[in-house]
Ligand binder design. Sequence first.
Ligand code: NDP
Length: 317
Amino acid sequence: MLQENEHIKCLIIGSGPAGYTAAIYAARADLKPVLYTGIVPGGQLTQTTDVENFPGYPDGVQGTQMMEDFRKQAERFGTDIRFGYITSVEFSNDVHRVVVDGEKTVTAETVIIATGATAKWLGLESEQKYNGFGVSACAVCDGFFFRGQDVAIVGAGDTAAEEATYLAKLANKVHMLVRRDEFRASKAMQHRVLNTPNIEIHYNTEAKEIIGDGQSVTGVLVYHNQTLEERLLPVTGFFVAIGHKPNTELFKGILDMDTNGYLITHPGSTRTNIEGVFACGDVQDHIYRQAVTAAGTGCMAALEAERYLAAKEHAIV
Ligand code: NDP
């Protein structure tokens, strides 16, 4: 049975840089924000190591530490931060209703969506079979378990490059599977990979199957996608770093989204197609996808929520 309704001014869904920045601004504007963290408090940055490009940290910072700092700052101004997952939403142009963990309903005058994006998988059956038993989408979370061993990583973007260099510090050898004959990663990240002696790059190479003994991973069968030649790489860890999918399942059929599922906001704004509902961070950004841009749009969302509420109150008076 659903618990009693709670009514709030500003509901924030998500706890990455966008959600927490929205919370800092909303709390300082006295909107008394309530923030639901989702199942990964701190979001994607808790699954990375060094963040060297966020202004204000001249010596770099660990992703987990940075998100801890964001959280503390949001709390300092009175954000009510709750561990919980929104299981359904009902948006109207007036008041918005969400259900938390399938049991509690909350109505909100404004909603700021900052649900981010999650890692993509290759879609191999063996990948799911050994997920958590040698297969991982997070080198920072699981790299530790493969100290001194040989591992493989799939992907050629910045995430894959970053994770490969991270793994190279722990593992004996890192096989990097790149499906084209070039990287997508920035030149700086490529440079790091190419200058790490224990990373072997396999171009035009894809994973066909992850091999295991039923308990854990013992290798990966790869093939050259031009010659179709197959090869077994003896690895005990298999990391997938091929990009992300926006977390927008909840909003399907309710909010406008593009063909890849990213929420569509009005140009130069965080407004969605429903009044009082705003979207910020990676959930609406497939271009920049940076912590600093997520924080920037989080700030915009809170300012827009505040102005929306002020205009609404003004209209009533
Ligand atoms: P990207 O979308 O940039 O890259 C995904 C990579 O995975 C591509 O190289 C792609 O290959 C490859 N890929 C996708 N599907 C498959 C598949 N089925 N099999 C094999 N390979 C596959 O995602 P990232 O997560 O790397 O980066 C996302 C954004 O975040 C980017 O804008 C990036 O710059 C940013 N970022 C920044 C960081 C930093 O500044 N510190 C760190 C991490 C990310 P292909 O190239 O052939 O399409």
